[in-house]
Design a protein around this ligand. Sequence first.
Ligand code: GDP
Length: 289
Amino acid sequence: MLDSLSTSLKDALKKIAGKTVIDRAAVDELVRSLQRALLQADVNVKLVMNLSQSIKQRSLEEEPPKGMGVREHVLRIVYQELVALMGGAGKVDLAPQTILMAGLQGSGKTTTTGKLARYFKRKGLKVGVICADTFRPGAYKQLSTLCAKVDVPIFGNPEEKDALLIVREGMKRFEATEVVIIDTQGRHALEDELIEEIVNINEIAQPDHRWLVIDAALGQQAAEQAKRFNEAIGIDGVLITKMDGTAKGGGALSAVSETKSGIVFIGAGETIDDLERFDPDGFISRLLG
Ligand code: GDP
């Protein structure tokens, strides 16, 4: 997604690069190209319209700061408005904490739990992982393999069907551990049992963070999941996975920024290293870079 969006955004900005006069017509042309680029990447239409309006209004009304040419001024506005479009970044503490992972099956929850275990371990924190996914056969084995790779202890029991019991015992086991990450079950759809279980796990574990894992390929549908999980347990950070595999990642990015929780990390590959902290400023700089 990022390559194609980056190319089309840069092309849009070239529209004003060669112009000596930046008048209303030039701004309109720039905005039209930006709209095309963002809509192609599946960014939410309403957000694109708001951004267009702001860029037009600010470009024509705001005076450039002293010493800044009109073109640079307009480019700066475009940059600021794109950063605002992404919403704020979610908070990541490098401190003792419990993180509850939520999401549908196949979203990349287990893989991302392994990536996060490595992330916090590399920051010098003592990490433990609880496998509370008692629904999907093979979940414990998959997570154990990932944890072994990053040398982080795992607590779970593939024979046990009661996820709440596992969480209760796991929290005791990891009492002296600094960062505890709880991987939970997923389903193919937002079923009531799924929501009910995560609500109960949330009560037992009393996590500091409740992070939602969303597949970038979902596009605009990401908003529905974010909304549902948010109502259930209060999501305070979103991880978007598989940004490497879709040209439509703008849908998930913008749908999530419409809910109140920010993006904490982005997954862009299958290996345990492919996890990036999300920083809207850096993200946009790189797209336009
Ligand atoms: P879960 O059911 O939510 O726990 O999903 P998994 O962690 O088992 O991931 C489902 C599939 O998505 C696996 O094949 C992962 O390798 C793959 N996957 C997860 N994250 C990423 C990512 O960021 N990029 C790519 N390309 N694949 C991913």
